[in-house]
Design a protein around this ligand. Structure first.
Ligand code: 13P
Length: 287
């Protein structure tokens, strides 16, 4: 059932668990995530980056596919279709395309401009029944082979953005996208505590969920995180299972080259990763 993400995250905040955002890249990704959420009776958020949207030929295609698949598979758990790290233009395009939730990432703007653009997009999103996430303090990650450490968001800036009527807030606490480097210092829980105290109990979002140890995930949830984004980990498990299939020569046996067979181990591997995360985040049976 397609819905916005507001209520599922308020419930998660009050129930002290987190809802997973799993990024989608194609039909197999979407199907694996929807089926696993349904099997586990868990709410779920499908994340779509601007790049993935473009890959799938545009946000309209994505919205049409997700809506139709949600219906055809008889999905009854709450599902939000959410733009991940949206630009100002991308956020507007997703509202028009029929997404149920958007993220506007204005973290690279000066705070005044982030405030102005977020304010405008909050009104637009809410007028159309969508939920909206904003970001303060950019989340680091790998760019051109260089791993940038994540910024730690300023609690006063977080308070300013949280007060604009957004539904959930992404704040950098030393988290980064992709694999964590060996010398990563871990999440900054003192910063998380200060941000939580400054933002009136708004549900907080933890980006870069791949590779964060289970104990840190649990502590982050205890300190106010209600949504955790996972992307790379599904990509890694998909690639690993696909590689094993091909290395075992299975694509050369019978009709093993049929994409429905070739992509099946990867699709199953995504399911296993999503299942593991839903268990860790505590959202099973919370639909
Ligand atoms: P990972 O790719 O590190 O899991 O991060 C996902 C994310 O935060 C998407 O916004």
């Amino acid at each position: 059932m397609l819905v916005n993400a507001t209520n599922m995250l308020l419930k998660a905040r009050d129930g002290h668990y987190a809802v997973g955002q799993f990024n989608i890249n194609n039909l197999e990704w979407t199907k694996s995530i929807l089926l696993t959420a349904q099997e586990m009776n868990s709410p779920v958020i499908l994340g779509v980056s601007e790049g993935a949207g473009k890959y799938m030929t545009g946000f309209k295609t994505v919205a049409a596919m997700v809506k139709a698949m949600d219906e055809s598979l008889g999905i009854t758990v709450p599902v939000a279709l959410h733009l991940d790290h949206g630009s100002y233009e991308g956020a507007k395009a997703c509202v028009a395309a029929g997404f149920t939730s958007i993220m506007f990432d204005g973290s690279h703007y000066a705070i005044e401009e982030n405030v102005a653009k977020t304010t405008e997009l909050v009104a637009l999103a809410h007028d159309h029944g969508l939920s909206i996430e904003a970001e303060v303090g950019s989340i680091g990650g790998e760019e051109d082979g260089v791993i940038g450490m994540g910024e730690v968001a300023d609690p006063a800036e977080c308070a300013k953005i949280a007060a604009l009527g957004i539904d959930f807030l992404a704040a950098g606490i030393g988290n980064i996208h992709g694999k964590y480097p060996a010398n990563w210092k871990g999440l900054d829980f003192e910063a998380l505590d200060r941000i939580h105290a400054a933002t009136d109990n708004i549900p907080l979002v933890l980006h870069g969920g791949t590779g964060i140890p289970a104990e840190m995930i649990k502590k982050a949830i205890a300190l106010g995180v209600s949504k955790i984004n996972v992307n790379t980990e599904c990509q890694l498990s998909f690639a690993d299972a696909t590689r094993k299939y091909i290395e075992a020569g299975k694509d050369l046996q019978g009709k093993g080259f049929d994409p429905r067979k070739l992509l099946a181990p990867g699709a199953d591997a995504i399911k296993a990763t999503v299942r593991e995360k839903i268990e860790l985040f505590g959202s099973a049976n919370k639909a």
